[in-house]
Design a protein around this ligand. Structure first.
Ligand SMILES: CC(C)(COP(=O)(O)OP(=O)(O)OC[C@H]1O[C@@H](n2cnc3c(N)ncnc32)[C@H](O)[C@@H]1OP(=O)(O)O)[C@@H](O)C(=O)NCCC(=O)NCCS
Length: 107
């Protein structure tokens, strides 16, 4: 029904980059993506991760909301910066913003 994939940055092991999160069309809007992220980061934070990084295209409302809600639930600051502009890509592509959430697991 859904998955989340990512990796821990080799040069910054306190940071996990969420590469993709997706939920089947028919299962969206029920909190599944949020639960997948919470479950993954409960394990990662217990293992020393303090930051979540992800890139999002500015038109992806569902994804932006997903990560804003994650930051709220985890009581962590969210920093948003422009990472790639549309003309950084060789083909047609939306810009990508970097979202960085953390520090996680303060409590
Ligand atoms: C982004 C995606 C994974 C969200 O999955 P989901 O299981 O429906 O998300 P959740 O039900 O956990 O919702 C998370 C939040 O986003 C909100 N949301 C969900 N769909 C939304 C939409 N289309 N527009 C605005 N907000 C939306 C929910 O209301 C919820 O907000 P809340 O926590 O304030 O209540 C899903 O829409 C998807 O697979 N999209 C296509 C793939 C994609 O773009 N992935 C992200 C790129 S990495």
């Amino acid at each position: 029904m859904g998955f989340v994939i990512g990796y821990r940055r080799p040069d910054a092991p306190d940071t996990a980059l969420v590469w993709q999160v997706a939920v089947d069309d028919a299962q969206r809007g029920r909190g599944l993506a949020g639960k997948l992220l919470d479950g993954l980061f409960e394990r990662l934070v217990a293992d020393g991760v303090r930051y979540l990084d992800t890139t999002i295209t500015p038109d992806n409302d569902a994804s932006i909301r997903l990560f804003e809600s994650f930051a709220k639930r985890w009581d962590a600051p969210l920093e948003r910066t422009a990472l790639f502009a549309a003309n950084d890509f060789p083909d047609e592509h939306e810009p990508e913003d970097l979202f960085r959430i953390g520090p996680l697991g303060k409590a």
